[in-house]
Design a protein around this ligand. Structure first.
Ligand SMILES: NC(=O)c1ccc[n+]([C@@H]2O[C@H](COP(=O)([O-])OP(=O)(O)OC[C@H]3O[C@@H](n4cnc5c(N)ncnc54)[C@H](O)[C@@H]3O)[C@@H](O)[C@H]2O)c1
Ligand SMILES: [Fe+2]
Length: 357
């Protein structure tokens, strides 16, 4: 038996923020980061929500820590919102999801992503960092009930953020496509998400605004796919590296993804996908090689690093943290749904392959 579920109501398109006005919010808590407080977007969100009372928690930092979530949870307990609106990238959404989970009172979660990457607006995941280790909190009741995909929020996205977050989408799609819990439904979403993102990411990076709405929807599709199908070793090791060295999550995925495609042996599905995006290949093996090379080419065009060394992690750091990284990756729940079993030699080989390029 297979199960597929997506309970999140999704509003999409320019002006989708107006949906906030229909939610009949009484006590609103907006969770965001200083950038959106300063830019006035957090206030715009509050105005559109028309709540009787509004509070802001605007201290979110990239890769939210357990300590930050504990601060936010106190505010949830004091203020007792009926609705928490998360405004920002994966970090703001994950922080808000964890605050709602630990704060109790069952507030409604509304997610407004401002990057096209994490898919957190529709997933059962919140990634929290503690003592330099990223811990995925995976619970059905942290999946937002409403997601608002308003492409107007993407106009000022810096190119670097488009690139990092875009490779997060590509990695969600490619890992979900072949993960052990994949179904026909998740594969359809993962395939569409990959094709749209792979085709348009370069234009978005160059500043072409007309494609950003498409990639925004693709990020959400990939989120639905992986939340149901699972992820794999790319995310397992990426979480370990992100916790230890605080390099942006999507950038680490960009470094790992071509190598993961090469070693996951999912030739038939990856081969078909390569042909679908025009990379060709007369046999599956050749098509997978083309997919791997296509990802490497795109990564270069988006000016992303090709190795951990290029991302600023030194040889000494890698040697010093080697065993901790391998242990953390093996413990990460994402590795459990990788299509081939993940053991210490597998992770070690992958880590070595991406260390120095
Ligand atoms: N919960 C999930 O399902 C899931 C999945 C993948 C990744 N994640 C997590 O999400 C986090 C990464 O999220 P992210 O890539 O969205 O980045 P982010 O949320 O960490 O944001 C990075 C920076 O971008 C800025 N920013 C965000 N939107 C902007 C905009 N529109 N314009 C200008 N600046 C903007 C933020 O202020 C922040 O400084 C990681 O912690 C990762 O582990 C979660
Ligand atoms: Fe991710």
């Amino acid at each position: 038996m297979e199960k597929f579920e997506c309970s999140t109501k999704i509003y999409t398109g320019c002006g989708a923020l107006d949906a906030l006005g229909h939610l009949q919010i009484r006590r609103l808590l907006v969770v965001t980061d200083p950038y959106f407080m300063k830019s006035g977007t957090a206030n715009t969100v509050a105005q559109k929500a028309k709540a009787e009372k509004t509070e802001f928690f605007d201290g979110v930092k990239p890769d939210p820590s357990v300590e930050l979530v504990a601060q936010g949870t106190n505010l949830v307990r004091q203020f007792q919102p009926d609705t928490i609106v998360a405004l920002g990238g994966g970090s703001a959404m994950d922080c808000a999801k964890a605050m709602a989970y630990f704060g109790g009172g069952n507030p409604r979660l509304v997610a407004i992503p401002t990057t096209s990457g994490s898919g957190s607006e529709v997933t059962d995941f919140a990634i929290l960092t503690h003592n330099r280790v990223k811990h995925p909190l995976i619970q059905e009741n942290i999946r937002p009930s409403v997601a608002i995909l308003d492409e107007d929020l993407l106009q000022a996205l810096p190119a670097g953020l488009v690139a990092d977050a875009g490779f997060d989408v590509l990695s969600h799609a490619l890992e979900a496509l072949v993960a052990t819990h994949a179904t026909g439904f998740t594969r359809a979403l993962a395939t569409e998400a990959f094709c749209v993102t792979f085709t348009h990411l370069k234009a978005s990076f160059r500043g072409e605004l007309s494609v950003r709405g498409k990639i925004h929807e693709a990020a959400t599709m990939a989120g639905i796919a992986f939340s149901q199908a699972g992820l794999g070793v790319c995310h397992g090791l990426s979480h370990a590296l992100g916790g230890a060295f605080h390099v942006p999550h999507g950038r680490l995925n960009a470094i790992l993804l071509p190598a993961v495609v090469g070693c996951n042996q999912s030739t038939h599905l990856y081969g078909a996908l390569a042909r679908q995006v025009g990379l060709g290949g007369s046999t599956d093996t050749m098509a997978v090689r083309n997919l791997k090379n296509g990802l490497i080419r795109l990564r270069r065009e988006l000016q992303l690093p090709g190795s951990l060394l290029e991302a600023g992690i030194s040889r000494t750091q890698l040697i010093q943290h080697r065993q901790t990284l391998i242990d953390a990756a093996l413990k990460d729940p994402c590795c459990k749904t990788n299509p081939v079993p993940v053991d210490a030699p597998f992770v070690t080989e992958l880590l070595d392959a991406v260390s120095h390029g």
